[in-house]
Design a protein around this ligand. Structure first.
Ligand SMILES: Nc1ncnc2c1ncn2[C@@H]1O[C@H](COP(=O)(O)OP(=O)(O)O)[C@@H](O)[C@H]1O
Ligand SMILES: [Mg+2]
Length: 207
């Protein structure tokens, strides 16, 4: 098996409090993974530490094909830019792309994620599900080797959640290994991921 992401003996502390305890995990390339566990278990901190967004006290993280991109729960789109400009901004930062190629990549992502009709809208004018799809399109533009998405459907009504699930299902295609942090049985049913269960800062099981 080739691993898209390997975490070895990862420990994270906030002050005197240890939140992640010596976690080792391997995420097989080309599969979809779900990180599950109850609220406060350490799912976000574990994956943020893997992404380098939270400092680690110890441990090693190896990414087979960078970049590893982390999509936060909050879509955090830039409100002074249109949806297209938000996505194009990320595409422009993908290494080695000309401006024309970046724009083409952004337009392709907008269509793929069903955002063609709202490309010129301000993100704030869109329903949450569309904002989340835009955040996923923006991340996909970076062609990440590993894409971690934190609770993409939490707080959404079933219809909006289904729209986001549909977008998630598009992500594993282009050589991206998708890791979704989720509580949603529907997302899990749809993506049929390998499950990594976190409890009290420890990895309980992989199934
Ligand atoms: N920046 C922080 N500073 C201190 N404690 C934090 C911080 N972020 C998270 N924690 C704590 O770490 C634990 C795990 O949080 P988190 O990974 O966000 O849980 P979840 O599994 O719900 O994603 C929780 O007890 C939380 O309060
Ligand atoms: Mg979380």
């Amino acid at each position: 098996m080739s691993a898209a992401l390997v975490i070895e003996h990862l420990t994270v502390r906030f002050g005197a409090v240890t939140v992640i305890h010596d976690v080792s995990a391997s995420f097989e390339a080309g599969r979809v993974h779900a990180v599950v566990g109850r609220s406060g278990a350490g799912k976000s901190v574990l994956m943020k530490a893997a992404a380098g967004l939270v400092p680690r006290a110890s441990g090693v993280v190896r990414v087979q094909r960078p970049p590893l991109v982390f999509v936060h729960q909050d879509p955090a789109l830039l409100d002074t830019l249109s949806v297209r400009e938000n996505v194009a901004f990320a595409a422009a930062h993908a290494r080695g792309l000309s401006r024309a190629d970046a724009r083409a990549r952004a337009d392709q992502a907008l269509v793929r994620f069903g955002l063609g009709a709202v490309a010129d809208a301000a993100p704030g004018a869109l329903a949450t599900a569309l904002q989340k799809r835009a955040a996923l399109a923006r991340a996909a533009c970076l062609r990440p080797g590993v894409l971690v998405v934190d609770e993409p459907t939490t707080g959404l009504d079933p219809e909006a959640a289904a729209a986001v699930d549909e977008a998630l299902a598009l992500l594993p295609s282009e050589g991206t290994t998708l890791i979704v942090i989720t509580h949603s049985p529907r997302t899990i049913a749809r993506l049929a991921p390998r499950l990594h269960r976190v409890d009290a800062g420890r990895l309980q099981a992989t199934a």
